[in-house]
Design a protein around this ligand. Sequence first.
Ligand code: FE
Ligand code: FE
Length: 164
Amino acid sequence: MPVDTVEKLLVEELKDLYSAENQITKALPKMAKNANAAELRTALETHLHQTEGQIKRLDRVFGILGKSATGKTCEGMKGLLEEGDRVMKESEGDVRDAAMISAAQKVEHYEMAGYGSARAWAQQLGQAEIADLLQQTLNEEGETDHKLSQLAGKINKSAHRHAA
Ligand code: FE
Ligand code: FE
């Protein structure tokens, strides 16, 4: 069946995000375990808890729409997480932290693009409650991205020092 309405497009995007979030909950504990800097570990663990809340928010959105959340694999997130996993294995120490921050920021940006589009479509459809729920998650992803940028400022310096 073709995706020929904005409502169908919204449901498809939400399914993609639902799959992405579930993949992220599996990847984050491994990343946190591999983090060298305590601050990075804490940030990743904090975002794991946020991500679990984001999945609950998506459950509410699917409830409002009367649709099922499952049945789709987010291939984009699968690729991003595979790349992150590879770079994590190939690097070490502070440099690995720097690499993990970059991988995590790619994940956040992917999510922000998805949630931003979904929120706009929900707004267009007059689904104010859904738009509000998606905005809450969008804010959390943005804050996480910002936090990671701050951490990169410190960790990149130290990675560079150790390499010298
Ligand atoms: Fe998320
Ligand atoms: Fe996120």
